[in-house]
Design a protein around this ligand. Structure first.
Ligand SMILES: *Cc1c(COP(=O)(O)O)cnc(C)c1O
Ligand SMILES: [Zn+2]
Length: 462
């Protein structure tokens, strides 16, 4: 057996493929692929703290990387092939202010700030792994469809490594300019199709199946291997203690799937003794998972979820031309490609799914910022989800909770400005977007004459 191999997720197929093959799905049955390992042949450190000691040798780029520091847990690549740009230097911040806002005890709420990655979102954790695999297989052209952050991340890896060209497909709907500007700036060939993200992804999958183009969306199982390490760093930040809850926004559902896989493997390797619960938070305008999970009771069922129900739902969505719509553009996705893997993660982690409104998302984003960490709208969904689960009593006041802040605030400054602008017609256009009715945390600039008395008055000093 190879140390690492690709394996079909469908238990009635279970086909395996070498990691040297480039596939976008199982070529026997079309299901998603997973990376599997022959753990007995891998020298995995016996305790998690051994990974931490690699900090002492951080001039070695593999030890500096917050992903490859854990390389035995994603050992599909020879070390000489690894493409790293120092991703994963992220923080776990204890936040008592937000804990109090959620009616929780001090020391129980933590924020994992993935906006600190080189391209400003968690996607770099995955893209370093996908780029490594692209290099291993000799790819000269890579592509992705993107709501923004995937393209920014892929474009960075292509530009820094100089190993391959990069093509980015975007839809014609919402895209935050902070993200699009990155792809353009890093030299990605950017193709904007007339359609939305779901259309762009379907197109790029088709193109990559038929042409020698390497696909970097999260259907790429190597990407998810890199994203597992976000959970390793959370554990590391907690002194290797397992929290009670992980809360993460869900779009294409790659991240939550990777988290579930990480915990399942760590548990099987006896590196942790229990598995935290997982809460995946959808935006109300893109709540396919929530609707499947909560309304239709769709479950993993040992790898045999109700495929007919899924197909029927997607068919209905197509017939009604139902499109995702939320201000949180990173999770504006109605046909999540990793749906089945997400069901597995929810099964592994005794998970829950909730959906939150755009109003809640923008208010929570502003509240996180006001407590010191800027994140983009999609990340606000994790706090909004926590508030909802606290209200329902699902999460207790002393439970240890980690909210994942998936992307940086500066990705989407337009929305932030819109929120804070007292004048809804600033610059001649209405800034407060549909779906937001009030801005309780708005902190607009105060316009005064250039005059000491006027300024002191505005400051409340006279
Ligand atoms: C990609 C992205 C998400 C959604 O992650 P999935 O793995 O697609 O569920 C959430 N937030 C941000 C900032 C993202 O870039
Ligand atoms: Zn298969």
């Amino acid at each position: 057996m190879e140390t690492a191999y690709q394996q079909c997720l469908n238990p009635d197929c279970s086909a395996t493929f070498s990691v040297s093959q480039v596939l976008t799905a199982c070529d026997q049955c079309g299901s998603l692929l997973d990376i599997a390992y022959d753990w007995d042949s891998i020298a995995v450190p016996r305790s998690l703290a051994e990974f931490e000691s690699r900090w002492a040798e951080r001039l070695n780029p593999l030890n500096f990387s917050g992903v490859w520091r854990f390389r035995e847990l994603l050992g599909f690549a020879p070390e000489s092939q690894i493409v790293t740009i120092g991703e994963g230097q992220t923080l776990l911040q204890r936040n008592d202010q937000l804990a109090a806002h959620c009616g929780m005890t001090a020391g129980s709420l933590f924020l994992q700030y993935e906006g600190l990655n080189p391209s400003g979102s968690f996607k770099d954790n995955g893209m370093t792994a996908a780029s490594t695999h692209a290099r291993m297989t000799g790819a000269s052209m890579t592509a992705c469809a993107s709501t923004g952050n995937t393209s920014a991340s892929l474009a960075v890896y292509a530009a820094v490594s100089g190993l391959f060209r990069c093509i980015v497909f975007i839809g014609s709907g919402r895209i935050a300019f902070g993200k699009l500007s990155q792809a353009l700036d890093y030299g990605a060939r950017t193709i904007q199709i007339r359609g939305d993200f779901d259309d762009a992804l379907a197109r790029v999958r088709e193109l990559c199946r038929q042409h020698p183009i390497y696909l970097c969306n999260s259907v790429n199982p190597f990407r998810l291997e890199g994203q597992k390490t976000i959970m390793l760093r959370v554990l590391e930040g907690l002194g290797w203690q397992v929290p009670d809850w992980i809360i993460v926004p869900g779009g294409n559902l790659g991240n939550c799937s990777a988290f579930g896989k990480a915990f399942s493997e760590l548990h099987a390797l006896s590196l942790i003794d229990r598995i935290p619960r997982l809460a995946v938070i959808n935006a109300a305008g893109a709540e396919t998972l929530s609707s499947f999970w909560n309304n239709d009771s769709l479950r993993w069922q040992s790898g045999r979820p109700d495929a007919a129900a899924i197909a029927q739902r997607f068919q209905e969505m197509d017939t009604r031309n139902e499109r995702a719509s939320t201000l949180a553009s990173a999770i504006e996705i109605n046909r999540p490609v990793n749906l089945i893997k997400a069901l597995r993660a929810l099964d592994t982690c005794d998970g829950v799914v909730r959906s939150v409104s755009d109003q809640q998302i923008v208010d929570c984003r502003a509240r996180i910022a006001a407590s010191g960490f800027g994140c983009e709208p999609a990340s606000g969904a994790s706090l909004a989800g926590l508030l909802q689960l606290r209200n329902e009593g699902v999460i207790g006041k002393s439970d240890r909770v980690v909210c994942i802040l998936t992307g940086h605030e500066l990705k989407d400054p337009d929305l932030t400005m819109a929120y804070h602008s007292a004048d809804p017609h600033l610059h001649g256009k209405k800034l407060i977007p549909a779906g937001v009715h009030e801005t309780p945390l708005a902190n607009p600039p105060v316009v005064v004459d250039n005059d000491e008395q006027a300024i002191l008055q505005a400051l409340g000093l006279i």
